[in-house]
Design a binder for this molecule. Structure first.
Ligand code: GMT
Length: 375
């Protein structure tokens, strides 16, 4: 097949999922065309069968906000026509589903059919999409997609609750390539972060409000009062200043290390004993699955789709949003002795294996075939 993939290029999970999916499709012989405003963080466009089309958004002083969706619709149409794309798969509804719908309409004028598959990722529904300034256009573009998928049951339910959806929503969970998480490749860096006998706690995110960084720090503060421990924070975002201030107020600066944006997380993940993800909202929690792939148990909130990924009492624990006492208590339960920790590590890895790409990606291929057949 000739497949178009539209995604955001930044470090968000939706871009990562789109990139991994596209690269795998290309590896299995499909021709894959990526559309994004810059090269997606993990995309290797030197691989065979991969094409990258930059969406240029022309700046013009009349516009306070530049029309990204128009630019995307235009390039999508041009490339779809030139390369005879069989379909386009957009990741994150806003404004990608909307732009793809207009491309479809433009191509229809020329007698060309372009099936559109939209994957909902989370905040395109639960945060941004439901806002009254966007809601009706988001609802329209979801209903106009040929096939709609969502990354968790929870997100599917949220979508049905928030919008008037006429389409079926098919749940295709996010996935992981366990081959990329082989511990022997990364055994070096534990001693870079902690002394013998100290536990390493990790948090990775884009440090936005929804991630509740204050709860990461609050939970760690309670943990380090009970056992020797270090906290590593990876990622950059608007909440970092607040986090730094809180770390200073609590007097735990010598135990917390921020690594900023890390391109290759594997070594840090393999060095860690526990992953904290106390988010306010999380449709899936790809970061938690990446931790599990490196055999790291997770203590998370019970928001959104997290309980579908992090199984309470099995791969870690899920706690009510904001309950840092419980998160600390559950973390200590996992971390106190090596035997318990190793049992959680084992089960976390088993869960990552269940979400391996080889179990999930064929579902997308089937969906593509269905979209082509029905349109
Ligand atoms: O809004 C974000 O946090 C970024 C967004 C994205 O575009 O990556 O993340 C969402 O999609 C991920 C991939 O499907 C999910 O793993 C995240 O849980 C989801 N984030 C939220 O729902 C907050």
């Amino acid at each position: 097949m000739k497949i178009g993939i539209v995604c955001y290029p930044t470090y968000g999970g939706s871009g990562i999922v789109a990139t991994e999916l596209g690269m795998d499709l290309a590896e299995s012989g499909h021709q894959v065309h990526f559309f994004s405003t810059s090269l997606p963080a993990r995309l290797d466009n030197k691989l065979p069968n991969i094409y990258f089309h930059r969406v240029f958004v022309e700046t013009y002083p009349l516009f306070q906000y530049q029309p990204y969706d128009l630019a995307l619709s235009t390039i999508l149409g041009e490339v779809a026509e030139k390369y005879k794309l069989d379909l386009v798969h957009v990741h994150y509804a806003i404004p990608h589903a909307y732009a793809a719908y207009f491309t479809k309409m433009m191509l229809r004028e020329k007698g060309i059919n372009l099936p559109v598959i939209t994957t909902l990722h989370g905040t395109d529904i639960t945060l941004v999409g439901k806002h009254p300034v966007y809601k009706s256009a988001v609802e329209f573009s979801i209903n106009q997609s040929d096939i709609v998928t969502s990354v968790s049951e929870s997100l599917k339910q949220d979508t049905l609750d928030i919008f008037n959806i006429k389409n079926e929503i098919c749940v295709v969970p996010n996935f992981i390539d366990n081959q990329q998480y082989l511990p022997e490749q990364d055994s070096c860096c534990r001693s870079n972060f902690a002394s013998t006998g100290e536990r390493i706690i990790l948090h990775v995110s884009n440090l936005r409000k929804v991630k509740r960084i204050e709860d990461v720090i609050g939970t760690f503060n309670l943990i380090q009062k009970e056992i020797p421990a270090r906290l590593i924070i990876c990622g950059e975002g608007p909440e970092w200043e607040m986090a730094e201030q809180l770390i200073e107020e609590l007097g735990i600066g010598d135990k917390v290390k921020s690594l900023g944006m890390v391109n290759d997380l594997h070594a840090v993940l393999h060095a860690s004993d526990l992953f904290l993800l106390p988010s306010e909202q999380e449709s899936f929690g790809l970061a938690a699955l990446e931790a599990m792939a490196a055999s790291v148990p997770v203590v998370s909130s019970n928001a959104g789709g997290l309980p579908e990924v992090n199984i309470d009492g099995v791969t870690g624990y899920t706690c009510p949003i904001g309950d840092i006492e419980m998160m600390a208590e559950k973390s200590l339960e996992i971390l106190r002795d090596d035997k318990t920790l190793n049992e959680f590590k084992y089960r976390a890895k088993q869960q990552a294996i269940a979400f391996d790409k080889k179990n999930i990606l064929p579902q997308y291929v089937e969906i593509y075939k269905e979209a082509i057949a029905k349109s």
